[in-house]
Design a protein around this ligand. Structure first.
Ligand SMILES: [Mg+2]
Length: 289
């Protein structure tokens, strides 16, 4: 075992001894398989239990409606859990909290598209041409653009990943031309790419959630938030989210080749595990108080 992995394993064992108050989950590749759109039943049961007494958030490239649908059955059946669930959407550029009085989710914060509507339309035109053959569609969400890969929902994981890598490579020159003030970034979610304001990443979302929970006197230390994602590698859409700048970070997919953080998930036998099974394994063993 490499020195880095050895160190991560001992940090992982230490992390299991701490107490946590909130858990923030990426969706695709973390709660669901990247080619599926449902949380495995055992993991969903665990999320239900966790959010009964603790605070949970989804932190995703998806827009609110597409994020909410992943928990819809649970939250419609058990509406009392809604107050404990937050949604950090569009790769962190917009967040939502539940407003108990009005029985609806409302904005917690937003980082808007940095240019005007004309600019956004021109960018969509340029991307439609540049991404021909590898994209399915470009969706304008509340503040970000989301481009799904051509084979999403039907292709193999490898093909979907290749298409996303190709979409990112082709988007960069378009942004070079059009993003004159360098205010936009492109992020790779593994099955979709997002184009959004550079300040609106998932880490910003977790910090906004943390500040809200501090205001509510729920917690005092950002390490009490567990962050779980699968794209922690440089350029991945969880890179900032899992950097450890806010929260205790774990990856159930890619980590960082040089950094200890995010920590991989080790099962009881010391093997690294991946995907929704690893997420279930991890949250079953962490202590939430
Ligand atoms: Mg993911």
């Amino acid at each position: 075992m490499s020195d880095l992995l050895e160190k991560q394993r001992s940090l992982f064992v230490e992390a299991l001894k701490d107490n946590y108050k909130a858990c923030v989950f990426d969706i695709d590749g973390t709660l669901t398989d990247t080619t599926a759109n449902a949380i495995p039943p055992a993991l969903l049961d665990k999320l239900s239990l966790l959010s009964k007494n603790g605070y949970c958030a989804l932190c995703t490239g998806r827009r609110f409606g597409r994020a909410y649908e992943i928990l819809e059955n649970l939250l419609e059946e058990r509406p009392e859990l809604k107050r404990n669930w937050f949604f950090i959407c569009e790769n962190g550029s917009i967040g939502y909290r539940y407003d108990i009085k009005n029985d609806q989710y409302i904005e917690l914060y937003r980082i808007d598209y940095p240019y005007g509507e004309d600019h956004r339309k021109r960018l969509i035109d340029e991307l439609s041409k540049a991404l021909k053959g590898v994209m399915k569609q470009i969706h304008v969400a509340e503040v970000a653009l989301a481009v799904s890969s051509k084979s999403r929902w039907q292709g193999s994981k490898d093909i979907v990943k290749q298409e996303c890598d190709e979409m990112v490579a082709r988007t960069i020159p378009v942004l070079k031309k059009m993003d004159t003030e360098k205010l936009l970034v492109v992020c790779n979610a593994g099955n979709t790419i997002n184009i959004l304001h550079k300040d609106g990443n998932k880490d910003y979302g977790v910090k906004s959630l943390y500040n809200f929970l501090v205001q509510q006197k729920v917690m005092k230390n950002h390490n009490q938030i567990v962050c779980i994602g699968d794209q922690g590698q440089p350029g991945g859409n969880d890179e900032a989210f899992l950097s450890g700048s806010c929260g205790t970070s774990f990856t159930v997919g890619n980590g960082h080749p040089l950094n200890e953080i995010p920590l991989p998930v080790f099962d009881n036998k010391g093997n690294i595990v991946f995907g929704p099974n690893a997420t279930l394994n991890l949250i079953s063993r962490l202590q939430f108080v």
